[in-house]
Write a protein that binds this ligand. Structure first.
Ligand code: NAD
Length: 493
């Protein structure tokens, strides 16, 4: 069935065919039998239940993963390549179903969810190509020794998945882990448990051996905490908030477990007056309203040369007003906020800005799907003329809320761009190549794009500096977390 047919069936009351157990050792198990409701943010009501695991389910998953590691690390790299290619094909074959599940579970639009699924397939394809190229190097110690390095898998890897990109964050960690010869225990977020479970089943049916991918659903403070604390875990890939990132780091410390941290951001889009004004406005709107602003790398700060202010604010007001929104399956411009808890956080940020007398030139309020009057939505919002220390500039709001700051000189622009605790992403808009290169050099972040906010792909490394975290995912660098180097030295005589 196509995604359109599946979407129509769901909106007409047909329930989605969803697993409600954990995926351990290649099959669904009910575990302790505890269940929790999952909500459709586009409607604001529960649509399914899922299993709530704890320490026992994590123990079973880790036992399975450790056993599978002893087999998977010995599988010939070219066989791992073949299996990962089959995974990419299987994800594409199941793209319609996965995209509909992701839309209903997360609140995002169907097009966004389909993009995430296709991107996930591409991650498996990309890392399939890397699995048989993880070579070491020969080291010259002189005539008496032969020395070389081996690039070996780190072991069992834990993946703590957030709710804003459940499908692609799962694939972003699992694909390179599998390519490297590692096994996986994943814990999806409590508001988006389903796509990781369904993907684990699809990937196992495509040829990933039983036990290589395990998924335990449940609460962060129970299942998540039990997973990251366990000494059988050799690497943790965590994506989520700074606060939880700190808690995970502390839990991992006694075992000296390796970590990749993908935390928040407050990423700037810096525009100079020589840039194409329409392109700046279109990119600024896309950078903050895509996925309803629930993106770690969202362009949540627009930093513009003072002379552009009035024309650009007019354009942005128009763009914000033109954004259509509604249930993700109706596939308009913008979907829902993932949970009423998170909607409340966005409201408290914007209400505080209102109380401070900030200049809100667009949006600023909770809204609903105009067709049904239901769901958790927030208006596309622009707050103009903010000082560098305003909380709306400094704090991650993680919603469709853009803050605007003005500058007069290039030095000021750099200072403002680097003026938060974060360092994930940045974009520069200018026609001056020299200035673009200077800005790319001076901005302190994991990635900088020029004249196109979202320029990138699975081939490019992604990650942050400072409180945005450390380590890199995607690209060839994405394999570093899952491999370790062993030096072997042989005396020749
Ligand atoms: P969170 O950081 O609490 O949740 C992320 C994941 O961590 C979930 O799977 C959760 O179950 C798990 N988790 C929670 N506590 C844990 C623990 N003690 N040990 C192990 N795992 C644990 O995120 P949240 O509270 O749902 O969202 C709050 C804020 O996080 C947002 O406002 C946003 O700023 C940020 N966020 C960032 C990203 C990102 O991509 N960087 C994604 C989601 C949320």
């Amino acid at each position: 069935m196509t995604s359109i047919q599946l979407a129509q069936d769901y909106l007409n009351g047909t329930s989605l065919d969803l697993p409600n157990g954990h995926f351990i050792d290649g099959r669904f198990v009910s575990g302790n039998g505890q269940q929790m409701e999952s909500f459709d943010p586009g409607l604001g009501s529960a649509f399914a239940t899922f299993a709530i695991g704890g320490a026992d389910e994590i123990d079973a998953a880790l036992t399975s993963s450790r056993k599978a590691f002893e087999m998977w690390r010995r599988v010939k790299p070219s066989e791992r390549t073949a299996i990962l290619l089959k995974c990419a094909t299987a994800l594409r074959a199941n793209a319609d179903r996965l995209a509909v599940i992701e839309t209903v579970d997360s609140g995002k639009t169907l097009s966004e969810a389909m993009g995430d699924v296709q991107g996930s397939a591409r991650l498996f394809e990309y890392y399939a190509g890397a699995a048989d190229k993880l070579d070491g190097r020969s080291v010259n110690l002189g005539p008496d020794y032969t020395a070389f390095t081996r690039r070996e898998p780190v072991g069992v890897t834990a993946h703590i998945i957030p709710w804003n990109y459940p499908t692609s964050t799962f694939a972003r960690g699992v694909a390179p882990a599998l390519a490297a010869g590692c096994t996986v225990v994943a814990k999806p977020a409590e508001t988006t448990p389903f796509t990781a479970l369904v993907m684990a089943q699809i990937l196992t049916e495509a040829g990933v051996p039983e036990g290589v991918i395990n998924v335990v659903t449940g609460l962060g403070r129970d299942a998540g905490d039990a997973l990251v604390r366990d000494p059988r875990v050799n690497h943790i890939t965590f994506t989520g908030s700074v606060g939880t990132g700190i808690a995970v780091t502390q839990a991992a410390a006694p075992n000296i477990t390796r970590l990749t941290l993908e935390l928040g951001g407050k990423s700037p889009l810096v525009a100079f007056a020589d840039a194409d004004l329409e392109a700046v406005a279109a990119n600024a709107a896309s950078a903050i309203f895509s996925n309803a602003g629930q993106i770690c790398s969202a362009g949540s700060r627009l930093i513009i040369e003072r002379s552009m202010r009035d024309d650009l604010m007019d354009l942005l007001r128009e763009k914000a007003a033109a954004v259509t929104y509604g249930h993700g399956l109706r596939d308009l411009n913008m979907g829902a906020i993932n949970s009423d808890l998170h909607l409340g956080r966005i409201v408290s940020h914007v209400d505080a800005a209102k109380a401070r007398g900030c200049n809100i030139i667009a949006g600023g309020a909770v809204t609903h799907d105009p067709e049904t009057g239901k769901g958790w939505f927030f208006e596309p919002t622009v707050i103009a003329d903010l000082a560098a220390d305003d909380p709306a500039v400094q704090q991650e709001i993680f919603g469709p809320v853009l803050s605007v700051q003005l500058f007069d000189t290039e030095d000021q622009a750099i200072q403002l761009a680097n003026g938060t605790d974060f360092g994930l992403m940045a974009s520069v808009f200018t026609r001056d190549v020299g200035r673009a290169l200077r800005m790319a050099q001076e901005i302190d972040s994991g990635q900088v794009t020029v004249n196109d906010y979202w320029a990138g792909g699975v081939e490019l490394p992604f990650g942050g500096n400072h409180k945005s975290g450390y380590g890199r995912e995607k690209g060839i660098e994405g394999l570093d977390a899952y491999t370790t180097s062993k030096a072997v030295t042989i005396k020749n005589s």
